[in-house]
Write a protein that binds this ligand. Structure first.
Ligand SMILES: [Zn+2]
Ligand SMILES: [Zn+2]
Length: 169
C-alpha cells in the first residue's frame, strides 16, 4: 500500500517535470515534489472523511441494523471505488469514537447501528432479525446501588421473534 502510494507520487512528479521543456533546477524540483506530496495527503484525508461520512450518513438514515456487506453495497452507490476493507476500517473507527454501535448475533456476525441512544437489542435466531427495545428500568440503578459506576448500557437478548415463535409452534 505504501509502495503504491509512493509510486503515484513519483508518477505525478514525473508528469509535472515533463511539462517543463528544459531541465529544471534542484530547488524547483524540490518544490514540485513537496507540492505533490501535500496535495496527495490532503486528497487522501478528504477521501477518508468522505468515506466515513457516507457510512455514518447511511447508518443514521435508517433505524435498522446492517452488516458490513450491506453497508458496503449501499455506500458503493455514492462512492463506487470504495473497498470492503475501507468499510471495515471505518466501522472500527466509528465504534471506537462512539458514533455507532455494533450488535453481535448468536452466530458471531456483527451488525451496525447508527442509533446510539441506550437501547436493548433482541436478536432473532430464526429470521436473524435485530429488534430495538427500551432498556429495562432499574437495571443500572440496581448496579449503582452496589457502588458500581455505569458509563453506558448494552443489553442483547437472543431467542425467537414473535413471527418465528408462531411458526415454531
Ligand atoms: Zn424471527
Ligand atoms: Zn439498535
Amino acid at each position: 500500500m505504501k509502495i503504491l502510494r509512493q509510486n503515484t507520487i513519483f508518477q505525478k512528479v514525473k508528469k509535472i517535470q515533463k511539462k517543463f521543456q528544459k531541465p529544471i533546477d534542484k530547488s524547483k524540483n524540490f518544490v514540485i515534489i513537496i507540492t505533490v506530496i501535500i496535495t496527495n495527503k490532503v486528497g487522501e484525508e478528504m477521501r477518508e472523511t468522505k468515506q466515513k461520512t457516507a457510512i455514518l450518513e447511511f447508518l443514521r438514515s435508517k433505524r435498522q441494523h446492517h452488516s458490513a456487506i450491506q453497508i458496503y453495497d449501499a455506500v458503493r452507490e455514492k462512492i463506487p471505488n470504495i473497498s470492503l476493507g475501507t468499510v471495515y476500517r471505518n466501522l472500527g473507527a466509528l465504534i471506537e469514537s462512539g458514533e455507532i454501535i455494533s450488535v453481535e448475533t448468536s452466530d458471531k456476525c456483527f451488525f451496525y447501528d447508527g442509533f446510539i441512544a441506550d437501547h436493548a437489542h433482541f436478536v432473532c435466531q430464526g429470521c436473524k432479525g435485530i429488534f430495538d427495545f427500551d432498556m429495562p428500568k432499574g437495571m443500572t440503578e440496581e448496579m449503582e446501588k452496589s457502588g458500581f459506576s455505569v458509563n453506558s448500557e448494552r443489553l442483547v437478548c437472543y431467542g425467537l421473534c414473535s413471527d418465528c415463535a408462531k411458526k415454531a409452534h
